[in-house]
Design a protein around this ligand. Structure first.
Ligand code: C2E
Ligand code: CA
Ligand code: CA
Ligand code: CA
Length: 283
């Protein structure tokens, strides 16, 4: 048993080293990724539940590394937050997404909202508000079409700063979405203290509407409560992770405003999303 214990420890150590080595390698590669043009954006439609019409898209960052291939943002974004690289990368995302939204408008599409994810780290960047203002000015994008999505995480750490920055952003005429709602801690206190317009109910709640036995009463009760909360606070409620027609129908019946998920459209490049938008507009 002792022998086995020891070899387990060795195995564990070896795998820890591999993870650490991969992170270090990623750090090095990420430092050059912007200059090498390895980032690109995918866009995923958000549709109005009641009508099925697309109202906008969320921009999702993609990284194709020569050595690692396509790396998930869930994996590489935390690394960029650690190194501070998220600041130039985040500015690139905002720039690119706003230019794309403007291009869609110029090509004669009905105006689509563009939602861009903001890392909590970016909120602590003193130049954030100025940058958003200048991107809006440079692209000529209507501020009403820009939504910034923020995940709960670090907001609470400095509530005064968060409120100051979010209020300044709102002053530009853009809207703010609280992302992954329901997954973090203290999320309810944000609603009262911070100027969010949109609540994005995390995909885990959509998934728990049903389970192996069919309807899941507990999951449905929680989703209903979140939808009611958004309604009574005059916030737009987006359900994330909608994958089945049953989920779509339940969410629509129960007063959810917007839907997002593979059922309505997978994240895809601008060209493919243009087709999806066209198809959804016609439906
Ligand atoms: P998120 O903001 O919650 O984005 C939604 C994620 O759910 C995306 O994963 C999307 O591809 C995925 N998704 C959409 N519909 C479905 C569905 O029906 N089922 C399932 N299972 N998943 C669905 P993705 O693109 O891998 O992004 C992961 C996370 O990385 C994002 O979560 C966001 O937190 C972060 N992220 C992505 N792009 C950016 C960015 O430009 N800046 C920052 N700061 N974070 C980003
Ligand atoms: Ca998001
Ligand atoms: Ca989310
Ligand atoms: Ca998420």
């Amino acid at each position: 048993a002792k022998e086995r214990g020891r070899s387990n420890v060795q195995f564990y150590d070896a795998s820890m080293t591999a993870v650490a080595a991969e992170r270090l390698f990623m750090k090095t590669m990420l430092a050059q990724a912007l200059a090498r043009g390895q980032f690109f954006l995918h866009y995923q439609p958000l549709v109005e539940a009641a009508t099925g019409r697309p109202v906008g898209v969320e921009a999702l960052l993609r990284w194709r590394c020569d050595e690692l291939g396509l790396v998930s943002p869930a994996k590489f974004i935390p690394v960029t937050e650690e190194t501070g690289l998220i600041l130039p990368i985040g500015r690139w995302v905002l720039d690119t997404a706003c230019r794309q939204a403007r291009a869609w408008q110029e090509a004669g599409h009905p105006p689509v909202e563009i939602a861009v994810n903001l890392s909590p780290r970016q909120l602590r960047d003193p130049s954030l508000v100025d940058h958003v203002r200048s991107v809006l000015a440079d692209t000529g994008l209507d501020p009403a079409l820009l939504v910034l999505e923020i995940t709960e995480g670090l907001l609470i750490e400095d509530m005064a700063l968060s409120r100051r920055v979010l209020t300044a952003l709102k002053g530009l005429g853009i809207r703010l979405a609280l992302d992954d709602f329901g997954t973090g801690y203290s999320s309810l206190s944000y609603l009262n203290c911070l100027p969010f317009d949109i609540l994005k109910m995390d995909g885990s709640f959509t998934r728990s509407l049903s389970d192996a036995e069919g309807d899941n009463a507990g999951g449905q009760a929680i989703a209903r409560a979140i939808i009611a909360l958004a309604g009574s606070l005059n916030m737009v409620l987006v359900a994330e992770g909608v994958e089945t027609a049953e989920q779509r129908d339940w969410l629509t019946r129960n007063g959810c405003d917007l839907l997002q998920g593979y059922l309505l459209g997978r994240p895809a490049d601008a060209q493919a999303v243009t087709q999806t938008l066209r198809a959804l507009e016609r439906e």
